[in-house]
Design a protein around this ligand. Structure first.
Ligand code: NAD
Length: 272
């Protein structure tokens, strides 16, 4: 269902790896809503080539950038400004932890990997906004979003050092959001999404059990990647101009549910 919500808006979408990626769905929805954008991902991710399909379907240019590299980000913003002039939205849909990938327990984290997780999954958001601000790349009332997870607030043991990265990401959102709002009237938020079957999501140990548990604990059930994309579109639109510095739960009610009937049923069975 397209409503031209992003008609005339331009942006950058980071993190579309394959058709399961949340960023992929956001790109498809943004295109349907009339936006024009540049797709960006780490050079190594682009080598897999799947993103070419998305670029073709949405008439977008692909500009590689390792989001931890100020040099790469500078080239990306220069080229984007050259193409579009100032832009209206940015999606940061980037996450990676080597400790998670290698199955290293949180208490035994390799700190080099730990720093890498912070850099890729959180500090890169600061870097993106720093370059965007320096280049004066954003139009007034523009909207910048990153994707988070509730492990930033509550313990999910297997989420590992990504929990710390998400806490930092949400803190950067508030801090940078203050300055971007005051100086440029740009809003900055995170969307805290339900567990979703993507390459990054499925890398977390015990993901299958975890996604089923969240489904049963959420009165509306887990939010899909497509539903997340819809929420991103609304946050990029002019209908949410005064929302900034927030972490917005998009999780079917999981975050405020103490326990659900169906989970209770599993425990009560034993006592009847
Ligand atoms: N899948 C879930 O369950 C879930 C839940 C909540 C939040 N999120 C968040 O959503 C975001 C998108 O993840 P996804 O689930 O769509 O998985 P995904 O694996 O499809 O996307 C992760 C992306 O990060 C990119 N990336 C990694 N290192 C990079 C770097 N150095 N520079 C630039 N890009 C880099 C990858 O190439 C990939 O495109 C992440 O921030 C993730 O933590 C995911």
């Amino acid at each position: 269902m397209a409503n031209n919500l992003l008609k005339g808006k331009k942006g950058i979408i980071f993190g579309a790896l394959n058709s399961n990626s949340i960023a992929w769905k956001v790109a498809e929805r943004a295109y349907e809503e009339g936006a024009e954008f540049v797709l960006s991902n780490a050079p190594i991710a682009l080598r897999m080539g799947e993103i070419n399909e998305l670029a073709q379907a949405t008439g977008s240019e692909i500009i590689p950038a390792d989001a931890t590299s100020i040099e790469d980000l500078t080239v990306l913003f220069d080229k984007t400004i050259e193409k579009f002039g100032k832009i209206d939205f940015i999606l940061h849909s980037i996450g990676m932890s080597v400790n998670v990938r290698k199955g290293i327990h949180y208490t035994e984290s390799n700190h080099e990997y730990y720093m890498k997780a912070m850099d890729v999954s959180a500090i890169s958001f600061h870097k993106v906004m720093k370059v965007a601000m320096e280049k004066d790349a954003m139009n007034e009332w523009g909207s910048i979003l990153a994707l988070s997870y509730i492990a930033a607030q509550r313990v999910f043991p297997d989420y590992n050092d990504m929990a710390d990265a998400k806490s930092l990401l949400e803190s950067i959102t508030r801090s940078f959001g203050y300055h971007f709002g005051e100086r440029k009237k740009v809003r900055v938020n995170t969307i805290s999404q339900s567990p979703t079957a993507t390459t990054a999501g499925s890398g977390v140990k015990g993901f299958d059990g975890f996604i089923s548990y969240a489904e049963e604990m959420s009165p509306l059930g887990n939010a899909s990647a497509l539903a997340c994309a819809d929420y991103c579109i609304s946050m990029f639109s002019d209908l949410t101009k005064y929302v900034t510095m927030q972490n917005l739960f998009h999780d079917g009610g999981f975050s405020f549910t103490g326990v659900s009937r169906s989970v209770m049923d599993k425990f009560e069975k034993g006592y009847n």
